[in-house]
Design a protein around this ligand. Structure first.
Ligand code: KDG
Ligand code: MG
Length: 404
C-alpha cells in the first residue's frame, strides 16, 4: 500500500481548518485533522515542507512505524505543531486501514465498549438568567451533560461567553491581533458558586454539570473554589490552573473532592505522566488531533486506566469534524471512557466536512462506515480561503498579562 500523494488543505468555512489527505497507489485515501487554533499555517508548513515529501513512497499499512519515524526520527520530539502534524498522518492512516479492512476504526481498535458516546455541550449566558435559558434549550435537545459558563459581573469580557445572546461560543476572532479579555480572580470566586447554585436549584441534580476555569487560578485559589462548590456535585472542574507545574495539583487535591479534568493543551503522554501516576486528576482531556493521533491517545488512555483516570476529550469547534470523528471512534472503544466534549459545527463547516455520525438522547455514534466515516469536499473547501484569526489574550484589571 504505497503512498503516492500527501496533500494539505487549509480552508476557512467560518473558521480555519487544516486537513491532510493521503492517497495510496491502490487509489484508497484517508483524511486527517491538522488544525491548531491560531497557529494553523505552522502545522500546514510542517506537513507540506517536511513530512509529506517523506510520506510519499512509504507503506500506508505501517501506522506504528510511520508514527515512530516522525516522532523519534525527527530528533526534535513533542510540541503542539509536531504532534498535531503526526496526529493528522496517524488519523489518515487509520482511515485508510479501516477502508481497506471494510471496518469502522473503533472495530479495528478492539470493538465497541459501549452503545454510544455521551457528549457534553456548552451553555453560556451574559447573566445567570441567560445561562439558565440556554441550559434549558440544551436539555431539550437531549444533552445529559452540560458545561455552564456565565459572564462574571464587573468583568468586561471573560472566557466562555458567546459574542451575542443565543450565538454559539467561539473564542477566536478574525484579524492579525488577538482580542483582549479581562480577568479578576476575586470577582470570579465570588460569582462562580452562585452560578452553580442557580443551575442546581432550577434543574436539579439529574444532569452532569461541568465548568471550565481555563487556567485562571493558582492552586490555592482552585482548592478554595473546588471546596466551596462541592455541594453542587460538578462532574468536573476543568483546567483550574496551568499544568506546566504538575505538582501544583497536589495542593488542590488535598483540599477538595470536586473532580478535576486537565489536558486539552497537552500533546504527549509526558505532559500528564505525573498528574496520572499520582492520581492528581480524574479526567484526561487530551485529544486525537493535538496529542499524536489515535496511536498515541491509545497509549495515554491505557496508562490512565491503571490509575482509574478516565478520558474526557476536548471537542471544540476548532478541532475539525475529522478530528471529532476520530475522537468518537476512540471513545467507542476506550474502556476507561468518561465523557466527550461536543461543541458542534456550523452548516458551512458541515458542507465541507461530510459527517455520518449520529446524535440521540445525549449520545453520539461515529457510524459503522469503514474507516473514520467522514469525508472532505475539496471543491467546497476551495470557496473558503484561509483568514488570519487568533485566540484572545487575558489581562488583569491593572493590565498585567494573565493566563488565557
Ligand atoms: O482553541 C482553544 C479552544 O479549543 C478552547 O479554548 C476551548 O477550553 C476549551 C474547551 O474546553 O472547549
Ligand atoms: Mg477547556
Amino acid at each position: 500500500m504505497k503512498i503516492i500523494k500527501a496533500e494539505v488543505f487549509v480552508t476557512c468555512p467560518d473558521r480555519n481548518f487544516v486537513t491532510l489527505k493521503i492517497t495510496t497507489e491502490e487509489g484508497v485515501y484517508g483524511i486527517g485533522d491538522a488544525t491548531l487554533n491560531g497557529r494553523e499555517l505552522s502545522v500546514a508548513s510542517y506537513l507540506q515542507d517536511h513530512l509529506c515529501p517523506q510520506l510519499v513512497g512509504m507503506d500506508a499499512s505501517r501506522i506504528e512505524d510511520i508514527w515512530q519515524t516522525f516522532y523519534r526520527g525527527a530528533y526534535w520530539r513533542r510540541g503542539p505543531v509536531t504532534m498535531t502534524a503526526i496526529a493528522a498522518i496517524d488519523m489518515a492512516l487509520w482511515d485508510i486501514k479501516g477502508k481497506v479492512a471494510g471496518m469502522p476504526v473503533y472495530d479495528l481498535l478492539g470493538g465497541a465498549s459501549r452503545e454510544g458516546v455521551m457528549v457534553y455541550c456548552h451553555a453560556t449566558g451574559h447573566s445567570i438568567d441567560e445561562l439558565l435559558e440556554d441550559y434549558a434549550k440544551h436539555q431539550e435537545m437531549g444533552f445529559k451533560a452540560i458545561r455552564v459558563q456565565a459572564k462574571v459581573p464587573g468583568i468586561a469580557s471573560n472566557y466562555g461567553i458567546s459574542k451575542s445572546k443565543g450565538a454559539a461560543y467561539e473564542p477566536a476572532s478574525k484579524g492579525i491581533r488577538p482580542d483582549v479579555e479581562s480577568w479578576s480572580t476575586e470577582k470570579y470566586l465570588n460569582f462562580a458558586p452562585k452560578m452553580f447554585e442557580a443551575v442546581r436549584n432550577k434543574f436539579g441534580f439529574d444532569d452532569h454539570i461541568l465548568h471550565d476555569i481555563h487556567h485562571r487560578l493558582t492552586p490555592m485559589e482552585a482548592a478554595r473554589l473546588g471546596k466551596s462548590v462541592e455541594d453542587y456535585k460538578l462532574f468536573w472542574m476543568e483546567d483550574p490552573t496551568p499544568a506546566e507545574n504538575q505538582e501544583g495539583f497536589r495542593l488542590i487535591r488535598q483540599h477538595t473532592t470536586t473532580p478535576i479534568a486537565v489536558g486539552e493543551v497537552f500533546n504527549s503522554i509526558w505532559d500528564c505522566k505525573q498528574l496520572i501516576e499520582e492520581q492528581l486528576i480524574d479526567y484526561i482531556r487530551s485529544t486525537v488531533t493535538h496529542a499524536g493521533g489515535i496511536t498515541h491517545m491509545r497509549r495515554i488512555a491505557d496508562f490512565a486506566a491503571m490509575y482509574q483516570v478516565r478520558t474526557g476529550s476536548h471537542g471544540p469547534s476548532d478541532i475539525s469534524p475529522i478530528g471529532m470523528a476520530a475522537g468518537l471512534h476512540l471513545d467507542m472503544w476506550v474502556p476507561n471512557f468518561g465523557l466527550q466534549e461536543f461543541m458542534g459545527y456550523s452548516e458551512r463547516m458541515l458542507s465541507v466536512f461530510e459527517t455520518n455520525w449520529t446524535f440521540e438522547n445525549g449520545y453520539m455514534h461515529p457510524s459503522n462506515k469503514p474507516g473514520l466515516g467522514i469525508d472532505f469536499n475539496e471543491e467546497e473547501a476551495k470557496k473558503y480561503p484561509y483568514q488570519p484569526a487568533n485566540l484572545p489574550i487575558a489581562r488583569l484589571e491593572d493590565g498585567t498579562l494573565w493566563n488565557w
